[in-house]
Design a protein around this ligand. Structure first.
Ligand code: TYD
Ligand code: MG
Length: 455
């Protein structure tokens, strides 16, 4: 029998290496490679040739399948992100930075599901039951029938769950769980992967919904939950800027619903409050029309969301001017600056550029291009756009404006919040403009000429 070889595994991407190095070749992360015992030192590859596997039963693709029954929590923002409620026998990973509010969110979810009649078990590997109970009191949830345990030994947890047969199990967090059959330390990639595998298998076998909390850290001592992402049905990220009270729950993968759906919450002293109209919240503390401020009519998942994009342009004292972005992609900002220079002849050379998405929101939609370009121009030219105008449209490298989807929904949301005009690409299709005056442009030069005067 071949002697078991130690492996070196990257905690960020899970790639295996023969020897340790400072940087992972596969994902390029630094200091993420850890020494680990091999996954199985028992019967290896050789055994597969001799041992016959069990014959599987194949099923027909044409067989009718009814959509999964779903349990709603009554927390609308959460249910929407889950794709319409919790699916039995599903595994969900809720990832996020430490301290962002995952435990709070899941305790509130546990209580909401329990109130709807589900049997919920909340297993904390990080806090004692007394701490969880105190948190529940603070959140005014102490009277709900949630079963608690403070435990990290997965063998004990699974035995208990097997006997209790709950509808929903919450594991906070997957990094603290350990299996006695795996040799490495809790929090290592092997442990996290094995623990997640056990829990996901349990979910499928017993028809129990499982929600796993995963911390995302850069340090590498705790395995990033990325290795777990492909094992689960749904991956949700809980994100937000520290210092902002908004928290966004974002579906990045969902086998039972649309990805990219978001749920918006506001942090309060009494826990997370649902924000049913995020546009109103993101725009609530907007000042009078100011240069550099533009309202973007965006779509997050199935829902239109209006957000304010702020730009500041100032003379730079540096040989390489600053480009700082919060809430948007830095590469995309460079692209837009380049398009402005090449197609309209407006240069930002020698100028520091700051771009901020207000309220701690993060935008990934290309439809924000035109709004960003407008904010940059408005800041540079010191010319404010009317406070009642929204902007959307994708920018191509040629300077043409590309139409974006769901123009009608964007306009409807704008109208609902009191906006009266919109700037959009001319190819956008919409049935009704919902009473919003739409100014359409085919390309960036014509838009700039019209709005900021010919350069
Ligand atoms: P916590 O849920 O423990 O974060 P995580 O599990 O992601 O590490 O929340 C961190 C802290 O923030 C905790 O001390 C409670 C506080 N908090 C509030 O006061 N109100 C809120 O709405 C939330 C979400 C958190
Ligand atoms: Mg926690």
């Amino acid at each position: 029998m071949a002697k078991p070889v130690t492996q070196f595994i990257c905690s960020a991407c899970g790639a295996a290496h023969k020897k340790w190095s400072g940087r992972c070749d596969a994902c390029g992360e630094w200091n993420t490679i850890q020494e680990e015992a091999p996954l199985s030192s028992g019967p290896g590859k050789a055994a597969l040739g001799g041992m016959k596997g069990r014959r599987m039963a194949l099923t027909d693709l044409r067989a009718k399948e009814t959509p999964p029954p779903r349990a709603g929590s009554g927390m609308e923002e959460l249910d929407r992100v889950l794709g319409g409620g919790l699916v039995p026998a599903s595994a969900t990973l809720v990832g996020g930075d430490p301290g962002i509010g995952k435990s709070t969110l899941l305790l509130q979810a546990a209580a909401s599901f329990a109130r709807k009649g589900l049997k919920v078990v909340y297993v904390s590997g990080e806090e004692a039951t007394a701490q969880v109970r105190m948190r529940a009191q603070r959140l005014d949830l102490a009277d709900t029938a949630v079963l608690l345990a403070a435990e990290t030994n997965l063998r004990d947890i699974l035995t208990t769950l097997e006997a209790e047969a709950p509808d929903l199990v919450i594991i906070d967090s997957i990094q603290t769980m350990w299996l006695d059959t795996v040799d490495s330390a809790p929090g290592s990639v092997s442990q996290v992967r094995a623990a997640a595998h056990e829990l996901v298998t349990f979910a499928k076998r017993k028809g129990v919904a499982v929600m796993l909390v995963g911390h995302v850290t850069k340090e590498g001592q705790i395995a990033g939950p990325r290795v777990v992402e492909h094992m689960v049905d749904t991956v949700l990220y809980f994100e937000g800027e520290r210092g902002h009270q908004f928290r966004i729950l974002r579906a990045v993968k969902n086998r039972f619903g649309p990805a990219d759906e978001i749920g918006v919450f506001e942090m309060t002293g009494a826990g997370l409050a649902e924000v049913t109209n995020p546009s109103a919240l993101f725009l609530s503390d907007r000042d009078a029309p100011a240069p550099g401020s533009v309202v973007f009519a965006g779509i997050e998942g199935t829902r239109p969301v209006l957000v304010e994009i702020q730009a500041l342009v100032a003379p730079s004292s540096l040989s390489q001017p600053r480009r700082a972005v919060v809430g948007w992609d830095g590469g995309r900002l460079s692209m837009i600056l380049a398009v402005l220079e090449a197609r309209v002849g407006i240069s930002f050379a020698g100028l520091d550029v700051y771009l901020n998405i207000a309220g701690g929101m993060r935008i990934s939609e290309p439809a924000a291009d035109l709004a960003v370009a407008t904010a940059l121009l408005s800041a540079r030219e010191d010319a404010a756009l009317p406070a009642t105008t929204v902007v959307f449209g994708e920018l191509s490298l040629s300077g043409a404006l590309r139409p974006v989807s769901q123009a009608e929904n964007r306009l409807k949301e704008a109208q609902k919040l009191g906006f009266t005009s919109a700037i959009a690409p001319s190819g956008c299709k919409f049935g009704s403009n919902n009473g919003v005056t739409v100014q359409s442009f085919a390309d960036l030069p014509s838009f700039v000429g019209e709005t900021f005067g010919a350069e």
